[in-house]
Design a binder for this molecule. Structure first.
Ligand code: HEC
Length: 171
């Protein structure tokens, strides 16, 4: 009798252990995307009322670091895919973190390219990102995605690339 109870207990705790371990972590629930030869996860989507939208991806290694430390390490690489009409991918814009500052780049979807360099015109606008540290507009959305295991989505009532009200990225 005692043996049987112990056995039942053992089986059920093993089953519970297996169940808990099979649950994907919040990071694993973010859509995985291979770009070129690198692995990314999507963390955000910003929709504009003019019908355009942009999707943001962070490299997997930096995503793990960010989840632990709440900071983007050197080597962090963000890709932003732009869509001027639904489902039609246009230019990809990129930024990478090196020695505590941002370098910028871009490529066409057919030819991924991870070269980045200092760019005053990109930087000039990005440093106005007041809703976040480190000149990254969508950083509050990254925080939310990491916490919830879900792509953070927001809608902005301004057209083109005009920065949205900081609160837009906090929602
Ligand atoms: C006039 C302002 C402006 C300029 C210039 C600009 N951006 Fe941005 N960028 C934004 C805004 C605003 C966002 C946030 C997404 C949104 O609101 O649509 C963003 C987001 C990004 C992101 C996603 C990470 C983040 O910071 O949120 C990347 C990558 C990016 N831009 C790359 C570039 C590159 C590369 C250039 C230069 C070739 C550039 N941007 C120039 C306004 C600008």
């Amino acid at each position: 009798m005692v043996t049987r109870t112990l056995f039942a207990l053992l089986v059920s705790s093993l089953a519970l252990w297996g169940f808990v371990n099979a649950q994907p972590s919040p990071l694993e629930r973010l859509p995985r995307q291979t770009i070129g030869d690198r692995a990314f996860r999507q963390y955000a989507r910003v929709e504009r009322t003019d019908g355009t939208y942009r999707q943001m991806y962070l490299d997997e290694r930096s995503l793990e670091v960010f989840a632990r430390t709440n900071t983007l390490p050197d080597g962090a690489f963000i890709v932003m895919k732009t869509y001027y009409s639904p489902g039609v991918e246009s230019t990809n814009f990129t930024k990478s973190r090196a020695n505590g500052r941002w370098l910028y780049g871009s490529f066409s979807p057919q030819r991924p390219n991870f070269d980045t360099r200092p760019d005053a015109s990109c930087q000039g606008c990005h440093q106005t990102a007041t809703s976040s540290v480190a000149g990254t507009f969508t950083l509050p959305m990254l925080r939310r995605a990491v916490r919830d295991g879900r792509v953070a989505v927001t809608t902005c009532n301004r057209g083109g690339r005009t920065p949205c009200d900081p609160a837009t990225y906090e929602r």
